[in-house]
Each structure stands twice: as structure tokens, then as C-alpha cells.
Design a binder for this molecule. Structure first.
Ligand code: GLY
Ligand code: MN
Ligand code: MN
Length: 462
């Protein structure tokens, strides 16, 4: 973890923003895979990591903003626990590491909270996404299941988003560490995409790298020759010469900061003419987005600018027609670029997505669009110095979607369906980099950019 004062400063800022009330912050518990003592790898809640830093299960923190008191609830390990897990620092020692003065047993949580409710203090909690924490919140608040979601604290959500959106220097360093692991993972794929290799083999290798250097993958790896399947977690294919292999994967650093990169490579290392032309469009869109990023710019506008680059390119290849500004405004390009340009990243790969993208990626100024394509943009709001986000344009040929749009003649003023159908089978291309927003523009995370130009990719196979 970082030094204790980092966490106490973050909590103080949070309490200053809230002004009053009782803030409930649950840590996560172990989650069983198939029976209670066979658990998934423990993953601490990201807000708990941000404000407390302690990376063990069965902890809660409560902040009494009015009294300026922070209490860590938990239990010391018993001898029975120690036999199985080895010694763990005492609760007081753990509290000390996080600069917390007050500790109480977990069994005292209910009484502590109910005494504050009796005094008339308002309870604030974030949207729970784990059932165990949800159940405990029901117990603590006396609310029913359906009331709980309606009672999450919007001021608490907004305060957390304000703080976590702007990354401090210690966080940028942790993100660089995650990027370095991601770099190594992707180099293994970029150099290993030979005909006959199993996708599962590559997927296993990169996940091994993620565990050997950090806390495993930051999300389920996507590694597939069916790049048009956006979340293609099936790795049962065998690499075939000339097919495009899409790999979207990232790691968590030991402190659980994420990386998230995508590269697309022709198996065997040679693009054919069509692949190269399409690939270049995606690369141009990525580079254009990078150039547009600076504080004060709406990320929705960066998304639309990247889409315009793609649409103009598709027009030059005979797949689209007409005025491309109008095509992008109407959403016609979304037949090919079905998702958003990027998202916030930090302790979560989609940072703070549990709080709701209406607060993380949008705000009072700009709300999420209902238009197909644009509605999948997770980040639309104005960028600020210290934001960390992804740039991930793509082009996809999704057979079912193409057939549906053609049958319904959707955006037929802009789409050359006869030509588009000939591209079915091309798959998908996505190129994703991670950046942070500096005072004058975007700065890529990672010591070096992963190879991305077609000549750089091909050179790996010479
Ligand atoms: N891996 C999902 C994403 O790139 O956002
Ligand atoms: Mn990704
Ligand atoms: Mn991403």
C-alpha cells in the first residue's frame, strides 16, 4: 500500500466534500467458487483500496463526518485462522498502516451504526455490487431490497468520483507499472501469433505474465480470431495464417491499478491489402483521438472526431457514401464502430463503473445519448488534467448486424450494402492505448508504445 498519510488525506478530502453524515465503506469478503473454502482470488473493493488501502477481506470503515472520526471494523486472526493462513498483522497494526486511530470488532458495527441513526445522522452508502455487502447494508439500514438501490447516496457517489477521477502522482506510477505488465503480455502475443498456435496457449501465457508480475488480469482477456465478437472470451480456435487475431487484455499492478491494451495482428505477420487498408483507418482514428485530447475538451467530441476519420476512410474504400459529417451525426458509421472510443481507467479497468456512468462519464452538462453506437460511449464529459482513460477505436464486420441493417435498409443513404457484404468474414480490428491527460495534451502510459504501425508489426516476423 501507499504511505498512511495518502489514505488519511483522501478520507479528509472526502469528509470535507460531504460536510456531514455517516459514510459506510464496506470492504469485500472472499467469494466461493464451488464451495465455501474454495474461493476466487480475493479482490478488494476499489473504493476501499482508494480510501483505506488494506487488501484483506472482512473489513469495514465508517466515517463519522460530524465527529471527524474514522473507525476500522474487523477482527484479529484467531489461532485457527493462523494455522491455515499464517500470521496476519493485528487489526490495530493494519489501522496504523492506514493512519486510522480507532478500531472495533466487526460485531460492533451494527450497534455503532444504529446509535448514529438514533442521533439523527444521515447514512451514506455507495451502490453495493456484492451480495454479502448488500445483505449487511439491508441489516444496517433496515431498508428492503428494492428500497436499497433508491437510497444510495448521490452526494457520496459524486464526491468519490471527484476524488478518484484525478489521479495523483503515486497513482500514475502504479498505472505505469500495470502498463509495463500489459506491454509484456501483448509482446508475447504480437511475437507469438504463428499459424498452428492455439488461442488458449497465448491466452494462458499472457495471464501467466499478469500473475507473475502483478495481481493477475484486470478483466477477462479477449483473444480471438473472431475480433468482431466484442467480448470474445472463447479461446478454442487454432491460429490460421492470414486471419486477424485481436487481443484485448491488461493487468493489475500489485496495488490493483489497471492497464487495458488492444492490438490486432495478422497471423503469420503479413497484412493483405484489405486488412492493411482497414487497419490503417483504425490507426489513423487512434492517432487523431490522441491529438485531440486536452483538458476542457468533451470526450464525446473526441469520439465523434475519431468516428469521422473512420467514416471518411470507409467512404474512400467504397463502403460508405455521401456526406460523412452527416453520416456520423446520424450514427450510420456505428454499423462498423459499434462501441465508444474509451473509458476512464484506474483501480478499475472501467473506473468506478459500479457508481454508474451517468456520474463517472457524464455530468450535468452532458448526458449519455440514446443513439446506437454513441450510447455505448462510457465517457463523454469534459476532460480534466489527471484523468486516465483509454483510446480504443475499432472497425467490425458483424454478420448478423450487417444483415439486419441491410434488410431494414437502415442508413441506406450512407452505407453501400452491396460492398459491405463482401467484407463479411474480415472480423474485427481494435487498437487501444491508455493515456493520461496532462496540462497540454495526452501522454501515453507505458515506457514505449506497443508496436502499432503495420510495418512495425510485420517487422516482428522478418
Ligand atoms: N476490455 C474492455 C475494454 O476495452 O473496455
Ligand atoms: Mn480493452
Ligand atoms: Mn478499454
Amino acid at each position: 500500500m501507499f504511505e498512511g498519510h495518502i489514505y488519511s488525506q483522501r478520507r479528509q478530502r472526502l469528509m470535507n466534500q460531504m460536510g456531514s453524515g455517516l459514510l459506510l465503506l464496506p470492504g469485500n469478503v472472499d467469494a466461493p467458487r464451488n464451495y465455501f473454502s474454495n474461493t476466487y482470488a480475493f479482490r478488494q473493493d476499489s473504493h476501499f483500496l482508494y480510501f483505506v488501502g488494506l487488501d484483506q477481506p472482512d473489513l469495514w470503515v465508517v466515517m463519522d463526518v460530524d465527529a471527524g472520526e474514522v473507525v476500522l471494523f474487523g477482527d484479529d486472526w484467531t489461532m485457527d485462522d493462523i494455522i491455515w493462513t499464517g500470521p496476519v498483522p493485528s487489526l490495530s497494526e493494519r489501522a496504523y498502516r492506514s493512519n486510522i486511530d480507532s478500531v472495533r470488532p466487526l460485531s460492533a458495527l451494527n450497534t455503532y451504526v444504529s446509535s448514529r441513526i438514533k442521533r439523527g445522522q444521515a447514512l451514506h452508502f455507495l451502490p453495493p455490487y456484492r451480495m454479502e455487502n448488500r445483505m449487511r447494508l439491508l441489516e444496517l439500514t433496515g431498508l428492503s431490497h428494492h428500497q436499497l438501490d433508491a437510497c444510495v447516496s448521490v452526494p457520496f457517489i459524486k464526491a468519490v468520483v471527484n476524488l478518484r477521477s484525478i489521479k495523483g502522482p503515486e497513482e500514475i506510477e502504479a498505472l505505469q507499472e500495470a502498463s509495463a505488465i500489459g506491454y509484456e503480455m501483448h509482446m508475447a502475443v504480437l511475437k507469438g501469433a504463428h499459424p498452428g498456435v492455439r488461442e488458449q496457449d497465448l491466452a494462458g501465457r499472457i495471464e501467466g505474465i499478469a500473475w507473475s508480475k502483478g495481481s493477475g488480469v484486470s478483466f477477462a482477456s479477449i483473444l480471438s480470431q473472431k475480433g468482431e465478437v466484442l467480448h470474445g472470451h472463447d479461446h478454442s480456435g487454432v491460429l490460421e495464417k492470414g486471419k486477424l487475431l485481436l487481443c484485448d487484455a491488461g493487468a493489475e499492478s500489485n496495488l490493483h491499478y489497471a492497464s487495458d491494451f488492444t492490438r490486432t495482428i495478422p497471423v503469420g505477420g503479413r497484412f493483405n491489402t484489405v486488412q492493411r487498408a482497414l487497419y490503417q483507418l483504425v490507426l489513423d482514428a487512434n492517432n487523431r483521438a490522441f491529438e485531440c485530447i486536452r483538458p476542457g475538451v468533451l470526450y464525446r467530441d473526441v469520439h465523434l472526431e475519431a468516428c469521422l476519420v473512420l467514416a471518411e476512410g470507409l467512404k474512400s474504400m467504397g463502403l460508405m457514401k455521401g456526406d460523412m459529417q452527416a453520416a456520423v451525426q446520424s450514427g450510420a458509421h456505428a454499423l462498423f464502430m459499434v462501441h465508444g472510443l474509451g473509458h476512464m481507467m484506474g483501480l478499475d479497468v472501467h473506473d468506478m463503473e459500479d457508481l454508474g456512468e451517468a456520474y463517472v462519464g457524464y455530468d450535468d452538462e452532458i448526458q449519455r445519448s440514446a443513439q446506437f453506437g454513441l450510447r455505448s460511449l462510457r465517457l463523454g464529459r469534459r476532460l480534466q488534467t489527471g484523468f486516465v482513460l483509454t483510446i480504443e477505436p475499432g472497425l467490425y464486420f458483424i454478420p448478423d448486424l450487417i444483415r439486419k441493417w441491410k434488410a431494414e435498409q437502415i442508413h441506406s443513404d450512407f452505407i453501400c450494402y452491396g460492398e459491405v457484404e463482401r467484407f463479411i468474414g474480415t472480423g474485427g480490428i481494435r487498437l487501444e492505448d491508455d493515456v493520461w491527460v496532462g496540462e497540454t495534451g495526452a501522454i501515453r502510459l507505458g515506457q514505449n508504445r506497443l508496436p502499432i504501425r503495420p510495418d512495425e508489426i510485420e517487422a516482428l516476423y522478418r
